[in-house]
Design a protein. Structure first.
Lengths: 227, 898
């Protein structure tokens, strides 16, 4: 496998300063862009495998970068955003970003997100009938869910939900995305459905429902499927 | 005086406040007369306080055997009385020593004015109370207005009863609270008749003369005024204590002597001018000799002078002393007066002195400057005519004529039947009827008619106006004199009855008005209530104009019936009245063509506006009675307006001071709390840069970990500061969503563990908890802060329990630890900004003291509450912080599957 290429779009030199060496140390090739326009140009010309994008850019809104990028590329995008800006994050995810990291962040966390995004991206190229999250296998055509070799009985909605989440493994999906897909556009805002069903799924699938590892809540944003 | 000095709180006010902090608090239940229910009110209040939890003991209560009062005593601890031997018998008295030994939080001691029997520690009970207060015990007591020393004379004048037991005014002024216990006069009289009022050792006749409606009304008025005056002085003191700019001068202190002479007002104005020049505090003082009753006209002038002084900003005092100059100088020294202003008068109150008062003062005042104001007009106290009652309507004269005619007919008829020796009696009867029903003038008219009729019909020669016999002429003249006298007496009695009824009505009205005003929060509502009241009392349209706070233009503040502007002529008159401090407009000498009559509204510290009353269609000015009503009401309104304005200023000044304080603490907190982690990071980083090679691997990792932890800590602090700023700016917008509480509790625990919390955690939710509708990331922050607080202060070996349950339709989320707990003195403040447990608890400067304040702010923004308890309920120690959030019903789900 060739060396993976990461494009970092951020206007802060300090971020580039520590990210460059850390990414190199992890075996990535790093591309640096200091504004949105340069970032889009580099994304088009150098074909990065994954993009790290700061939402606060001097020349254009980071969300605008995602919108334009998504018109011609499905490269995974991990967004950097302040913790208390949930709306910004949700908008970025709905526009097609794959994941987000709260600023300030630890390098270990960012690396984990990059790895997950890359893996998911490669996985989703080939459609497999059996999805896996941790110990759980979801056999979509047969409508069966196995955990540690044993079948787990799920209701239809529970199954639809876990299948949807599994299809988006390694990504953060917003409440709206899940509700729209699983319950239909009329239920886009009925988050209480999600709370109840996620609770039921955890009870049936998680080894320790109090410390979920399969379906992780991103407070105020949505859910992430663990790996 | 520099601007800074002007803003500094007066040391006297602060000292008085400081003294009050450590002293016990005194609450006086003040009544106008015995029997209004002071003891009852005190006991009822004490019962309520006892329910709220309080160490309340009855030191002494006189129930006078009233069952309902005795019932209230039940359940209280009552100190036994101490028997003191006096004239061969034991008198049970209040036991001061026992009270001091018992040291309750609050002690009830009835009858503040009581004189102790000989052999007690203090001669007076109020002195016992002072000692209790000094010992830090709160005291509630009762007092009748007639026992107040300075009012003693007034009360005697009103009631004719001399009260021997008195309390000095300072003992009343020192009370932290005065509560007026009021009862309408007629109700009190009914209670008296029912035997419900106990009056000790007073002869029945004295009691009867005391409990007359007119007396009781006057006493009520006195009590009311006393309480109203206190409200004003409380406010002024608070203003001084809060350092609010105003005419609070220090340095020069000026005293003006106000007498009953015509020059009084001029002397007061002169003193005001001087006080302004010197920027001095000033007092207006009048000294009366005990037992001397001023003629009505002089009393009026004296009152007018004092009222004027008060409205011009003077502190007024009425003193009673036989030796006027000595008393004046004593007062002057007591108040540190530096200048005395006095009018040069030759008559009136100075008559008993050979040398004039001014001469006496000049001779004896050391270190005090005396200003003598000479009278500039030759007009001395001209003796005025006593005012005569009004002539009255024609109906009265018709009645008088009819009565005389009837008496004549009856007289003629009777003399036909029997030989009536004294027909004149019949005529006296005829005079009496109009006298009682219509007043003096119709009665005198009746007397004259009777005289003529008696002469014409009954005195020989009959049917002529001539009188034959001299002794009959004499009888006729005597008859006339008697008739006129009866007319005068009966007429006056009628006039007095009418006046008394009017006064009672006015007093009641005034009382209700004052009570209404005291409840109003701001100047506009006071103005509105006043306009409506004056319109109601006078039956004419009323308008109130107020000047802007910074000496701005006059503008209509309220009117009844509503009106928002006045024509130019009226505005000119209003402005003139305001600028000159005198009445103007309709019915006055200034701009009489204006359709309104304007009276300036003046409170302490200057004029604040004018009150206007519309002219009657006929163009008549207000009669003197109406003018008096208007003056009384506007006086009350002015005081209330000043009060409302002051309290607005107090509030805004307090807010400004609070903002300033928070900003300072914030800066100090930021510089300290941010520097500490920054210092660690910088120190660790430079160590690694400079000596990295010499540091063993394990320690190098430790330094790097320290840098990471401190940076994470800084992140939390920045986040909290941001939230605080948003909370305070009201810019926190909640993104509410349905939240699973159990999940939230678990997440809080795992976050705390991730941050390295060494404690043992347990999550114990009740089964089947409903979802809550809240902002998830904010609630995470709340829980994170509370758990973080427990982690920081409970100690590494502690156990932290997160629980959730539903109580009374509220979600109760609690974080309980078994650490050392919060000290009781800190407990009430844990949710305030920048309050944190003592540094020496190993905190090392972590946390900005904002965590719990933010938690509280966020929870309250959700409509919930948060409370801390230490020790935690059901535990010997530890802390429990509980959040209560209202539950919303989640929308029903269409297809719930199981």
């Amino acid at each position: 496998m060739s060396i993976l290429r990461v494009l970092v779009i951020d206007d802060e030199p300090a971020i580039h300063r520590f990210m460059g060496p850390a990414l190199t140390a992890n075996g990535y090739e790093t591309l640096r862009a200091d504004n949105g326009a340069d970032g889009l140009a580099l994304a088009a010309t150098r074909q990065p495998d994954v993009i790290v994008l700061d939402l606060g850019l001097p020349d254009m809104d980071g969300k605008e970068v995602i919108r334009r990028l998504r018109t011609w590329s499905d490269v995974p995008v991990v967004v950097l955003s302040a913790r208390d800006r949930e709306i910004e994050k949700i908008e970025a995810l709905d526009l097609g970003a794959d994941d987000f990291v709260n600023k300030p962040f630890g390098m270990g966390e960012l690396m984990a997100r990059l790895r997950a995004a890359l893996r998911h991206h490669i996985q989703s190229k080939g459609e497999t009938p059996v999805l896996k999250i941790g110990e759980v296998e979801i056999d979509v055509p047969r409508h069966r869910v196995m955990r540690g070799g044993e079948e787990v009985k799920l209701t239809r909605k529970e199954f639809d939900l876990i299948a949807f989440l599994a299809r988006h493994a390694g990504k953060v999906v917003t409440h709206r995305q899940i509700l729209k897909e699983v319950w239909g556009p009329a239920h886009e805002h009925d988050t209480q459905y999600l709370r109840v069903y996620i609770g039921q799924l955890r009870a049936k699938l998680e080894a320790d429902p109090a410390n979920p590892a399969l379906v992780i809540t991103e407070p105020g944003v949505g859910y992430r499927t663990g790996d | 005086m520099s601007a800074e000095e002007a803003q500094r709180a007066s040391p006297e006010a602060l000292l008085a406040a400081a003294e009050r902090e450590t002293r016990g608090k005194l609450r006086i239940f003040l009544g106008a007369a015995p029997g209004v229910g002071k003891t009852y009110a005190m006991l009822s209040a004490a019962r309520a306080a006892k329910v709220a939890g309080g160490d309340i003991v009855i030191g002494l209560v006189e129930t006078h055997g009233r069952a309902e009062t005795e019932a209230l005593v039940e359940g209280f601890e009552v100190l036994p009385r101490r028997g003191i031997a006096y004239r061969g018998r034991l008198v049970p008295e209040f036991d001061l020593e026992a009270a001091l030994r018992r040291r309750p939080r609050l002690l009830l001691v009835d009858e503040y004015a009581h004189s102790n029997v000989e052999g007690s520690r203090h001669p007076k009970r109020w002195q016992d109370v002072q000692e209790l207060l000094a010992a830090g015990i709160d005291v509630w007591t009762t007092l009748n207005i007639q026992h107040v020393e300075s009012l003693n004379d007034v009360v005697q004048r009103i009631t004719g009863v001399r009260v021997r037991e008195t309390v000095p005014d300072t003992a009343l002024q020192k009370a932290d609270e005065v509560i007026l216990v009021d009862l309408p006069s007629d109700e009190l009289i009914r209670r008296l008749a029912d035997g419900k009022v106990y009056v000790e050792d007073t002869a029945t006749r004295a009691v009867q003369s005391f409990f007359k409606p007119s007396n009781l009304t006057a006493l009520r008025e006195l009590a009311l005024r006393q309480v109203a005056a206190r409200v004003d002085s409380d406010l002024v003191e608070r203003m001084q204590g809060s350092a609010i700019g105003g005419p609070w001068a220090a340095g020069e202190r000026l005293l003006v002597c106000v007498g009953p002479d015509v020059a009084a007002e001029r002397v007061v104005r002169e003193a005001k001018r001087l006080a302004d020049l010197l920027d001095a505090t000033w007092f207006a003082v009048t000294v009366e000799r005990p037992g001397r009753i001023l003629p009505a006209r002089e009393r009026q002038r004296l009152d007018a002078g004092m009222r004027l002084a008060e409205s011009l900003g003077a502190e007024t005092h009425s003193l009673v002393a036989a030796d006027i100059p000595t008393e004046l100088l004593r007062f002057a020294r007591f108040e540190n007066v530096t200048q005395i202003v006095i009018g040069k008068a030759r008559r009136g109150w100075l008559r008993p002195f050979r040398t004039s008062l001014s001469d006496a003062l000049v001779e004896r005042a050391d270190g005090v400057s005396i200003h003598v104001i000479t009278a500039d007009s030759p007009e001395t106290s001209r003796r005025g005519w006593p005012s005569l009652p009004p002539v009255g309507p024609a109906a009265g004269y018709a009645v008088a004529a009819l009565c005389v005619a009837a008496a004549t007919l009856i007289g003629l008829a009777l003399t036909q039947l029997v030989a009536l020796p004294n027909v004149s009696m019949l005529y006296l009867l005829a005079v009496l009827v109009p006298a009682i029903r219509h007043g003096v003038w119709p009665a005198i008219f009746g007397s004259a008619l009777s005289f003529l009729a008696y002469n014409f019909f009954f005195i020989d020669p009959v049917n002529t106006f001539t009188v034959a016999r001299p002794h009959e002429l004499l009888a006729l003249v005597i008859f006339l004199i008697i008739a006129v006298l009866i007319s005068a007496i009966a007429g006056r009695a009628r006039e007095q009855t009418r006046m008394a009824a009017l006064r009672t009505r006015a007093t009641r009205r005034l009382y209700e008005f004052t009570r209404k005003l005291s409840a109003l929060p701001d100047a506009p509502s006071v103005a509105e209530a006043t306009a409506a009241e004056i319109q109601g009392a006078l039956g004419r349209s009323c308008v109130i104009l107020l000047a802007g706070t910074q000496g701005g233009e006059l503008g209509v503040a309220a009117a009844w019936p509503p009106e928002d502007r006045l024509d130019t002529a009226s505005m000119t008159a209003a402005r003139w009245a305001f600028d000159h401090g005198e009445a103007a407009g309709a019915g006055t000498g200034t701009l009489p063509s204006a359709p309104w009559f304007f009276l300036p509204l003046a409170g302490a510290g200057g004029r604040i506006g004018v009150v206007g009353v519309e002219r009657m269609p006929g163009g008549a000015a207000l009669d003197s009675e109406g003018e008096a009503v208007l003056e009384t009401l506007s006086d009350q309104a002015a005081a209330a307006l000043v009060r409302a304005r002051l309290s607005t200023e107090v509030v805004s000044a307090r807010t400004a001071a609070e903002t300033e304080r928070v900003r300072n603490i914030l800066l100090a907190s930021i510089s300290h709390d941010f520097r500490t982690p920054l210092a660690s990071i910088l120190g660790a980083a430079t160590s690694l840069i400079d000596y990295g090679g010499d540091i063993p691997e394990a320690e190098r990792r430790d330094l790097l970990n320290q840098m990471r932890e401190e940076a994470e800590h800084l992140d939390i602090m920045v986040r909290n500061l941001l939230s605080m700023t948003r909370l305070e700016a009201g810019a926190l917008d909640l993104r509410r969503d349905w939240i699973d509480v159990v999940e939230m509790l678990n997440r809080a625990v795992s976050t705390a563990r991730k941050r390295g919390a060494p404690q043992r955690f347990a999550v114990t939710p009740a089964p089947d908890l409903p979802l809550i509708f809240a902002d998830q990331s904010l609630m995470d922050q709340v829980l994170g802060n509370i758990v973080g607080n427990a982690v920081r202060y409970a100690g590494p070996g502690a156990r932290i329990v997160l629980s959730a349950t539903v109580i009374d339709a509220q979600m109760v989320i609690a974080v309980t630890d078994d650490g050392p707990g919060i000290p009781p003195e800190t407990l009430p403040h844990v949710f305030e900004k920048f309050v944190r447990a003592a540094r020496e608890a190993g905190d090392g400067g972590n946390g900005s003291g904002l965590g719990l304040a933010i938690a509280k702010g966020i929870v309250e923004a959700h409509g919930g509450t948060v409370a801390a308890r230490s020790p935690a309920p059901g535990q010997p120690r530890g802390t429990r912080i509980a959040i209560r959030l209202p539950l919303d019903t989640p929308p029903a789900m269409e297809e719930r599957e199981r």
